[in-house]
Design a protein around this ligand. Structure first.
Ligand SMILES: NC(=O)c1ccc[n+]([C@@H]2O[C@H](COP(=O)([O-])OP(=O)(O)OC[C@H]3O[C@@H](n4cnc5c(N)ncnc54)[C@H](O)[C@@H]3O)[C@@H](O)[C@H]2O)c1
Length: 363
């Protein structure tokens, strides 16, 4: 029996080489092939990894019976057709975020992977990062109390994408972390934004996910900001956390602060908010590359026949939120109701050129 997994990587642009580097560093993996339709990119990668077969056509790569798994790091428009061909060829598949262009495409891939008993994993990288896992432990231990709201900002100058807006590009990170912390699917999405540079492709958006019990998460994404910001604030009834992913070491700070209102008062003069200012502290966080942990998880799932943490269903639910955000954008920020149960008919209204107060429903 083989004690390693033979992997091929499709897409050697900005992100693909990070995946190749990480898979190459893992002892139970052999990066057997890499592919890019751009000969310059392939030549560059061949220079770095002469031992890895290079292909210009990924379908050629799939003819290799010894190749067990394919990692897809191309633009989202190609994820579905490529993943489908890979699964049909009997290969386990890892797809970069976002999983595909629509819930329907995601559902089709999930069914195909299940029918062939193959692993289908999506690159929700932050679920494999130590700071995010630390935050989850703190929240689960009840140290924050009840979560009141989460605010997440992911801003930078670029990198502009040609085929997807900034929400589809950056929000998968924010959304995957928020869903992981909340352990709950939002019931509605509102999204507003503007296409300032490329017509039809929003480069700045503000999205709100609303949960039961009136909790909500605000996500701000931009390719038009002078600073690189990767910051999330989780506000609890007892304590608050600020997670700054740009910091090299001290990424999480826990603030022992809260505001309380007196349970009973008779007159306005008696009413006082009570501000609690306690210590703030920075917990120890293990230094490890999230991508490496994620790559190892994909291999472990293949070797042990287990379901990935970020499986196809997780990828699909995230795409459902992105689809809803696009619908809301088209309707000037109207609220879009999410129905995570498959098979519910969509109801699409609004779009009269005015801000809509109607609720839209997505499948
Ligand atoms: N997990 C993360 O943190 C993270 C970070 C960045 C990007 N990504 C994701 O990675 C994916 C790729 O993003 P990118 O920024 O590297 O894009 P990119 O445009 O820089 O690279 C894509 C590469 O795919 C190649 N390609 C296109 N069509 C192909 C085909 N038919 N066959 C083979 N190669 C083909 C292109 O030539 C290009 O080199 C996207 O899904 C993106 O969202 C994830």
């Amino acid at each position: 029996m083989r004690n390693h997994v033979n992997v091929g990587v499709v897409g050697c642009g900005y992100w693909g080489p990070n995946l190749i580097r990480n898979y190459k560093s893992l002892s139970d993996c052999r990066v057997r092939a890499m592919c890019d339709i751009n000969p310059q990119r392939l030549k560059h990668l061949k220079g770095l990894y002469p031992d890895v077969q290079g292909h210009l056509d990924y379908e050629e790569m799939l003819k290799d019976d010894d190749l067990q798994a394919v990692v897809i790091a191309t633009s989202v428009a190609q994820h579905y057709s490529m993943a489908r061909k890979c699964l049909e060829s009997g290969k386990h598949v890892f797809i970069e975020k976002p999983m595909a262009r629509s819930v329907q495409e995601c559902r089709d891939l999930i069914e195909l992977a299940r029918s062939k008993d193959l692993v289908l994993m999506v690159g929700h990288t932050f679920l494999y990062s130590s700071p995010v896992r630390k935050i989850k432990d703190i929240v689960d231990a009840g140290d924050l109390g009840d979560i009141r709201y989460i605010s997440s900002r992911r801003l930078n100058l670029g990198l502009f994408q040609k085929d997807i807006n900034v929400a589809w590009d950056l929000a998968p990170h924010d959304i995957s972390i928020i869903l992981y912390i909340m352990e709950e699917f939002p019931h509605s999405v509102n999204c507003r934004g503007n296409a300032n540079v490329t017509e039809g492709i929003e480069d700045v958006v503000s999205m709100t996910l609303t949960f039961r019990k009136k909790q909500f998460a605000i996500i701000q994404n931009s390719w038009l900001d002078p600073r690189k910001v990767r910051e999330m604030t989780i506000v609890g009834s007892k304590r608050m956390i600020v997670y700054d992913d740009v910091q090299p070491l001290e990424k999480i700070k826990i603030y022992d602060v809260r505001v309380e209102t007196p349970p009973h008062y008779d007159t306005f003069a008696e009413f006082h908010y009570s501000y609690h200012y306690g210590d703030s502290y920075i917990p120890f966080i293990k230094q490890e590359e999230p991508l490496k942990v994620e790559c190892q998880h994909f291999l472990d799932c293949i070797i042990n026949g287990t379901e990935p943490i970020s499986n196809g269903v997780q990828g699909m639910e995230l795409v459902r939120i992105l689809e809803a955000s696009s619908l809301s954008l088209k309707n000037w920020g109207a609220s879009v109701d999410l129905c995570p149960t498959p098979g519910i008919t969509p109801v699409t209204t609004g779009g009269n050129g005015q801000p809509s107060k109607q609720r839209l429903v997505t499948v």
